[in-house]
Ligand binder design. Structure first.
Ligand SMILES: [Ca+2]
Ligand SMILES: [Ca+2]
Ligand SMILES: [Ca+2]
Length: 491
């Protein structure tokens, strides 16, 4: 994947990214590459499959012990470590969407703290401003956890020509290494529209019943929210400064015990009355949280375009506590997006409707990633795919996101699962590969993992995208589950 991006950087852009774009900060001289379409993953070598090529590092190395994606991961530490790189921005002043995955080697490990940071640099690579600083506290990343982070920067100041992406790790109680893999940095539609998104100001800007601030090892920062009773939490996001009919991306992180969580985005008119059906309506079972073993799960979804007359979007969290347990929430993101989720029956709540499968089925389970059903691929290997129309999609990039887990325990292996997006022409013939994610065979205890990638731009003539999952045989009786598949445009 990295090689493809790098190879493309020096080819003439053939779909709309004109070299004379008025948004470009610097006119491309002969010595500079032709600007790429800026919807792709801006990071070459995002999964460390080319080792640390392109990254500057201190006390970081490459490992292949248990990569999150592909065959290799970056190992930070033990002890203090840093990994950074500067990324040229061909067009100024768009916020950026960042995703990465962190985990500990399979030992008794309590990580040191980790900071993910984006700095805006001018053309001489002098810092102009901070775009993002995300702090992961000590002991959040234990050997039980593989955590996905999403974050959005603010809008870079005029004169920004580079973004510096930096991961710095502090020392924990040794051994304290942190592994890092599958980093995504791509143009976002807007900065985060949520006020006090990480609850660092407690309940400021939120309306709450039962949720209270909590400061014990949050997902990020120094605070999270906690509830031990049935409750609700909401915030209204005004839409007046956004184009009508904008779709939105919602993300949040949650963990807990036997506590069901419902998450909705509803549309409100000027008078505060609800318009139409919810834009997002998610359900996470308390059993799913129990199976995560106190590890935070991160969710991402896309709304359809806001309906005509929508003056605000209300993000609502509702928890239903079965027993004397609790729930934690952190880091809510709501940004303008480029499209709705284009997949039909994305969460397998209607069985395998709209999907084509070999050696795979849909199953009702109390531990679904989302809702009450998942897709399961047999231990002997199997596949699952769906074709979707992408009218006027040429030149656009698409975000792929899904939940994955295997039932493997101990020495059992899951087999490899390839998640891919292929481009099809109007006759349904494949004309190219947009994205390939390799979910490697793992012996991790059953936990949901969250995979996210962004395709290359769809080539001219692309009329459809095919989202496909193919699994090779694993240990007998080890089932692979896929749930809540998203394919849509980030910007
Ligand atoms: Ca990798
Ligand atoms: Ca927080
Ligand atoms: Ca589901």
């Amino acid at each position: 994947m990295a090689g493809k991006f790098r190879g493309k950087a020096f080819k003439p852009a053939s779909h709309g990214c004109a070299t004379s774009n008025p948004g470009c900060l610097y006119a491309p001289a002969a010595s500079l590459p032709v600007p790429e379409p800026d919807c792709i993953n801006l990071l070459p070598n995002p999964s460390f499959e080319a080792g640390l090529a392109g990254w500057s590092s201190s006390n970081a190395s490459i490992g292949s012990g248990n990569p999150f994606e592909g065959t290799q991961e970056a190992n930070l530490g033990p002890g203090a470590a840093v990994l950074f790189r500067d990324i040229p921005l061909n067009r100024c002043c768009h916020p950026l969407f960042l995703s990465f995955n962190v985990f500990a080697p399979e030992k008794r490990i309590n990580n040191g703290s980790l900071v993910a940071e984006i700095l805006w640099l001018n053309s001489r690579r002098r810092p102009l401003a901070a775009g993002l600083r995300l702090f992961v506290p000590e002991n959040r990343i234990s050997n039980a956890s593989r955590i996905t982070y999403f974050a959005v920067t603010d809008r870079p100041p005029l004169g920004t020509a580079w973004a510096r992406l930096q991961f710095s790790k502090g020392s924990g109680a040794l051994p304290d290494p942190v592994n890092l893999d599958q980093v995504l940095l791509a143009r976002a539609g807007t900065p985060n529209l949520v006020q006090n998104p990480g609850f660092e100001l407690g309940l400021a800007n939120w309306s709450s019943v039962s949720f209270v601030p909590d400061f014990t090892v949050p997902y990020e920062g120094a605070a999270q929210l906690h509830a031990t009773d049935n409750g609700t939490l909401y915030q209204d996001i005004p839409l007046s400064n956004l184009p009508p009919r904008t779709p939105f991306l919602l993300s949040f992180a949650a963990s807990g015990g036997q506590t069901d969580l419902s998450v909705q985005v509803i549309w409100l008119d000027q008078a505060g009355s609800q318009i139409g059906p919810p834009g997002i309506d998610l359900f996470v079972s308390g059993e799913t949280f129990v199976a995560q073993n106190n590890n935070y799960l991160t969710y991402l979804d896309l709304t359809p375009p806001a309906p005509a007359g929508a003056a605000a979007a209300r993000i609502i969290f509702t928890d239903t506590i079965e027993k004397q347990t609790d729930i934690f929430l952190d880091k809510v993101i709501f940004i303008g997006a480029g499209s709705a989720n284009l997949l039909q029956n994305p969460s397998f709540e209607n069985g395998l409707a709209h999907w084509t499968a070999v050696n795979a089925g849909a199953a009702i389970t109390g531990e679904a990633f989302e809702g009450r059903a998942v897709a399961r691929i047999d231990a002997a290997g199997g596949l699952l795919y769906q074709d979707i129309q992408i009218p006027s999609g040429a030149g656009c990039c698409y975000l792929l996101n899904f939940g994955y887990r295997s039932s493997s325990i101990g020495v059992d292996l899951s087999g490899n699962t390839l998640a891919e997006v292929h481009w099809l022409d109007s006759a349904g013939r494949e004309i190219g590969l947009g994205l390939s994610l390799v979910v490697p065979s793992t012996s991790l205890r059953a936990q949901w993992l969250v995979y996210t990638g962004i395709t290359e731009p769809a080539p001219p003539g692309a009329a459809m995208a095919r989202v496909q999952f193919t699994r090779s045989p694993g240990s007998p009786e080890v089932i692979v589950e896929i749930d809540k598949v998203i394919l849509g445009r980030l910007a």
